[in-house]
Ligand binder design. Structure first.
Ligand code: NAD
Length: 423
């Protein structure tokens, strides 16, 4: 079966990997070619110029995107990324993965993603606010609480979401809390949202250890990325008794064979902006983290980091994809052949969109849930999805990713079939 998405790419590019995963699921589910075409292309894409008047009065223009891959099961949902690497194909891949993730954990959403090709560290806070507001007003016609609900991703945070919500609300003349998620608590953010992705990552990592018969206290871990996902994932794993041996960010990596003091490392990063120079550990080569002899490897930074050329270095028994798309298709096949258990992104990092959904529901209900309620419902959904994927894998074989994709793609297709084709 061939997929003729107009911009299909190959190799390590995320869109090539996303399409390859869809192709494998379609083959296994024996889906007809027309339906595969439907699922392989975005429903709606918008590309916008985002001009910025800099603090010194000069003007720069950035490219911004919003891709709604699918909204057959409900409004589109997905993060906004501010990073120099952002381009249309990357956003397309991330939007497609959001469709499968929302379907896998059975949220009433489709998938979307957005981004601006900018390095936020090179601009002042006031400049980033202006970029955010202009980007929001450029994509205003396609977002909204029942259309498409953005959230934070790489390079954006709750402050970005507050500016997006404010821009949308001012343009409508009233406050619309449910237009974005991942907001500050003071603006209707949900308790537990900030750590939800990491909590989910830790929950499935512990479930994977259990499946392999390894007690958390006998396990070791290496975490790539110490941002919103990696930082708290490392903390939750350490709290469960796992020795987190190494952590990296985009600048450096640090290692301590007996286990890092993750809280102290967090305080160091707050003070210095990087893990480099952390006094409680030794520096290590950035690239060596992926090859450490650990039980769990948690890539929680960016896509495509474990690929055909470095996969032979991976020695972990279990890889938990905190990031979206960190393992390429070629590397995935190699890890499967070696018996490495890979917990796929659409399952492993779904905690963030689950609590985003809870935040949206709370905003629509104008009723706040307690932290206990949020966390116990998150736990139920994550472990329910883990069980469903494990059962599917045991029943029909293949990898956890293939099992997760079969469940997700079948749900989206079922929604399409029920709705029919218009006209
Ligand atoms: P973030 O910007 O908060 O953190 C990213 C971290 O990765 C930073 O520590 C950065 O220094 C580091 N990094 C970047 N390039 C690196 C490299 N080559 N090697 C090592 N470290 C590197 O972003 P985030 O929100 O933590 O997102 C991380 C990943 O998780 C992304 O793939 C994102 O799409 C995915 N994700 C995030 C959420 C969420 O709720 N934030 C939810 C689901 C998935």
């Amino acid at each position: 079966m061939t997929i003729t998405a107009p911009h299909a790419s190959t190799g390590n590019a995320p869109l090539g990997n996303a399409l390859e995963q869809l192709r494998a699921a379609a083959e296994s589910l024996e889906i007809d070619d027309g339906s595969v075409q439907l699922l392989s292309q975005a429903r709606r894409e918008i590309s916008v110029g985002v001009p910025l008047r800099r603090d010194d009065g000069t003007v720069e223009v950035f490219r911004g995107y919003r891709v709604q891959h699918n909204f057959t099961r409900g409004p589109a949902k997905g993060g906004v990324r501010f990073a120099p690497s952002v381009d249309l194909d990357e956003v397309r891949a991330l939007a497609m993965w959001m469709t499968w993730k929302c379907a896998l954990v059975d949220l009433p959403y489709g998938g979307a993603k957005g981004g601006v090709a900018i390095d936020p560290r090179r601009y002042s806070d006031a400049e980033i606010e202006r970029v955010t507001r202009r980007y929001t007003s450029e994509i205003l016609p396609v977002i909204g609480p029942d259309r498409d609900i953005p959230a934070p991703d790489v390079g954006t945070d709750e402050r970005t979401m507050a500016w997006m919500m404010d821009t949308f609300s001012v343009s409508h003349g009233f406050t619309v809390q449910s237009v974005v998620t991942g907001k500050p608590i003071a603006l209707g953010g949900s308790l537990g949202r900030a750590t939800s992705t990491s909590r989910g990552v830790a929950l499935v990592a512990l479930a994977a250890l259990d499946r392999r018969g390894v007690a958390p206290t006998a396990a070791t871990a290496a975490v790539q990325g110490f941002g919103k996902v990696g930082r708290h994932a490392a903390r939750f794993l350490a709290e469960a008794g796992v020795r987190v041996r190494a952590v990296s960010d985009q600048y450096a990596a640090v290692v301590h064979t007996d286990g890092l003091d993750v809280d102290a490392l967090g305080r160091h990063v707050d003070a210095h902006g990087t893990v480099a120079g952390f006094p409680g550990a030794d520096p290590m080569d950035h690239d060596d983290l992926l090859g450490l002899d650990v039980t769990l490897l948690v890539p929680a930074a960016v896509e495509g980091v474990i690929h055909r050329d470095n996969v032979e270095r991976v020695r972990a028994e279990i890889v938990v994809e905190g990031a979206n798309g960190p393992v390429t298709t070629a590397a995935d096949a190699e890890l499967a052949a070696r018996g490495v258990l890979v917990v796929p992104d659409i399952l492993a990092n779904a905690g963030g969109v689950i609590v985003s959904y809870f935040e949206w529901v709370q905003a629509k209900q104008t009723y706040r849930w307690s932290l206990d309620t949020v966390e116990s419902r998150l736990r139920d959904r994550m472990l329910g999805a883990w069980d469903a994927v494990s059962d599917e894998q045991r029943a029909r074989g293949g990898t956890l990713r293939e099992a997760a994709m079969r469940i997700a793609v079948a749900r989206v297709l079922d929604a399409h079939r029920n709705r029919g084709l218009y006209p």
